[in-house]
Write a protein that binds this ligand. Structure first.
Ligand SMILES: NC(=O)c1ccc[n+]([C@@H]2O[C@H](COP(=O)([O-])OP(=O)(O)OC[C@H]3O[C@@H](n4cnc5c(N)ncnc54)[C@H](OP(=O)(O)O)[C@@H]3O)[C@@H](O)[C@H]2O)c1
Length: 319
């Protein structure tokens, strides 16, 4: 098999394509022949060693490090319940399990599900991590209920584009925040309103939101407190001491604030599939590049200007 790996921290060029032995599935696992793999900011974090105490040798891992969590393809060997040949999509679970950016990946049964009907591998690979984050942030952390009003900051990004669609699917009225150039995209995803962050101070908006989903993660519950409805929840995606502090403070009676920590779960992947089938969720794919251009794909993701997801397609493994 071929796998993308980094042998040292650095720019996109440190990504290498390494031949490896194809593993056999362990108990309850499936070996997936990956056809498409989506990128996430966490891949950049691993490559640069930003959280090296968690994902690098400093945290007990060894170079070369694998990258990638999102995949779509078909099962080629299995000790799980789904037969060989089943088209699947999924996200490697665990805080530091990587390796989906490869021609083959081992996945536990709970980390993948049958591919949503009507989607190809690229569309299916574009969903898991970002859409699961949005779903879990809104439904679980945000306790979103039908009829609620939701503000999604970063509404044109990987996570935010699914946040807009899923909030609407859950029955909310959605306002999306992005730059002006992505206004039509955000409205086209189902937002009832749009705010250009360069033109409007968010804290001065007239509306009060039951949930503020800071998918981009550059705001704070203090800054956006004036537009959070009483009893509402602020959910951020970006971990750090600040997010822990906000959450602790909210347990002491302050504004309800949560950090979403995405989990790979089959029942939530199935939820996404049903939403795709119902027509309330569609993949948002900015760019599809061949595996050989993974460095360019990483460089593009790092601009923080992608509209939805960046996906790479996997070649046939070497004989
Ligand atoms: N906690 C978790 O479990 C978890 C899970 C997934 C992701 N994350 C984190 O969530 C964050 C977002 O991930 P992502 O995949 O959505 O990132 P992304 O796809 O790289 O985000 C790109 C988008 O961000 C928008 N953006 C850039 N500057 C902005 C600003 N100042 N205000 C609002 N939007 C802005 C851009 O839109 P414009 O060009 O219109 O500005 C672009 O569409 C990352 O930090 C990631 O690490 C955390």
């Amino acid at each position: 098999m071929l796998a993308a790996r980094v042998h040292r921290y650095g720019p996109p060029e440190v990504l290498s394509f390494d031949r490896m032995d194809t593993p056999a599935p362990g108990r309850g696992e499936a070996l997936v022949r990956v056809r498409a793999a989506a990128l996430n900011p966490k891949d950049v974090i691993v490559r640069k060693g930003k959280f090296r105490w968690l994902t690098g040798p400093e945290g007990g891992r060894r170079f070369p490090l694998r990258v990638g969590q999102d995949f779509a393809g078909e099962i080629v060997a299995t000790d799980g319940p789904d037969p060989v040949g089943t088209p699947v999509f999924g996200m490697l679970g665990g805080l530091r399990t990587f390796g989906a950016c490869a021609t083959h990946v081992l996945a536990k049964h709970d980390w993948y599900a049958p591919r949503p009907p009507g989607l190809d591998d690229v569309g299916a690979a574009a969903l898991p991590l970002a859409a699961l984050t949005a779903l879990q942030a809104l439904r679980d952390d945000g306790r979103l209920e039908a009829g609620a009003s939701v503000l999604v900051n970063g509404a044109s990004g990987g996570v935010g584009a699914y946040g807009v669609q899923l909030a609407k699917a859950l029955g909310a009225r959605v306002t999306g925040v992005s730059s002006a150039r992505n206004r039509e995209l955000v409205l086209g995803l189902g937002a009832a309103g749009h705010v250009d962050y360069a033109a409007t101070e968010l804290a001065t908006l007239d509306e009060r939101f039951d949930v503020i989903f800071d998918a981009f993660g550059n705001r704070s519950p203090d800054e956006l407190g004036p537009i959070l409805a009483p009893g509402g929840t602020y959910v951020t995606t970006v971990p750090g001491p600040h997010a822990v502090l906000w959450q602790l403070r909210s347990y002491l009676g302050g504004r309800r604030s949560r950090l979403v920590v995405v989990r790979s779960r089959r029942r939530d992947l199935d939820f996404l599939s049903r939403a795709v089938e119902a027509g309330t969720l569609r993949p948002v794919v900015d760019r599809v590049l061949p595996f050989e251009e993974l460095a360019a794909a990483h460089a593009y993701l790092e601009t923080r200007r992608a509209r939805g997801k960046v996906v790479v397609t996997l070649p046939d493994p070497p004989p």
